[in-house]
Design a binder for this molecule. Structure first.
Ligand code: ZN
Length: 287
């Protein structure tokens, strides 16, 4: 048995169409688990200091960063990067300012190293891979109307890192797929998973997909949106532009959306609404 892993937590929440897939054997996964995280494997959960969430984390940050290294190298080898130095410089400047917002929040160490690439394709998206590897497509920079909106994209990607979303998604998938025993341990020890525990046992794969993996992904997107707004606010960007960007995203994806329950990502209109509520509740702005 092998598990196919696609790295890349995106801005729009959909899996990256052109991301290289990494195959891990069952043996590789179990060896990895045994080597790096025996205790979490048994206890199941860790509390995320930044978000306060209790998370199932079977893999450490370093482990998962190593796993994604090849995917990132392949991505950079296969996808052209922009030769527009003005665009690249602009994105990097917004990145520097936004990441300082995350540092100010106490969510990111100032010593953290990041690799930010601007790819020259029409994709209206951006992504982050484990190991602080951030990709921005020219397409999304063309949809955005100002630096504030680009900051909201970059803040969102930083939010995925701070939320440890890649590690959690991989852990939940692994727990569900490696075998019922691992699944049962996860179910027993994770508050979040226990809600879906009986469904996993009864229905297997489909229940895992629709009942666990997809709701997790949607929750991650909303959390990354909100963290991104915190970082924008700290960086002095106009947080209202994050809502405006989701309105633009909604308009350009009109008519090509699956029903939300079948999707990895929340509906764009819902994301705009949740962000608006969050911005009001935090007192960042009135909208
Ligand atoms: Zn995302």
């Amino acid at each position: 048995m092998t598990q196919e892993i696609q790295f890349g937590e995106t801005f729009d929440g959909q899996l990256l169409a052109n991301a290289p897939k990494v195959r891990l054997s069952r043996r590789g996964i179990i060896m990895g688990l045994a080597a790096g995280s025996v205790f979490p494997f048994v206890s199941g959960c860790a509390t995320n200091a930044a978000t306060g969430d209790s998370q199932l984390l079977l893999f450490g940050d370093d482990q998962i960063a190593n796993m994604a290294a090849t995917a990132w190298t392949d991505m950079k080898a296969q996808t052209p990067q922009t030769s527009n130095s003005k665009l690249k410089g602009r994105v990097l400047n917004i990145w520097d300012r936004t990441i300082q917002g995350a540092v100010k929040q106490g969510h990111v160490s100032p010593n953290e190293q990041w690799d930010v690439a601007v790819f020259d394709t029409d994709d209206v998206n951006a992504f982050v891979m484990p190991g602080n590897r951030v990709g921005v497509y020219r397409g999304i920079t063309e949809l955005t109307e100002n630096d504030d909106q680009i900051s909201s994209v970059l803040g969102h990607e930083t939010g995925h890192v701070v939320g440890k979303h890649a590690a959690e998604r991989m852990s939940v998938t692994t727990a569900a797929q490696v075998g019922l025993m691992a699944g049962q341990i996860a179910v027993a020890s994770s508050e979040e998973l226990s809600k879906y525990g009986s469904a996993i046992g009864a229905l297997g794969g489909a229940a895992v997909q629709f009942g666990v993996i997809l709701p997790y992904s949607r929750k991650h997107e909303l959390q990354a949106d909100k963290l991104g707004v915190d970082y924008m606010h700290n960086a002095g960007y106009d947080v209202k532009q994050s809502v405006r960007l989701w309105e633009l995203m909604s308009a350009q994806s009109q008519g090509q959306r699956p029903p939300e329950f079948m999707s990895t990502h929340p509906d764009p209109d819902r994301r705009a609404a949740e962000l608006r509520n969050y911005i009001n509740a935090r007192g960042y702005a009135l909208m």
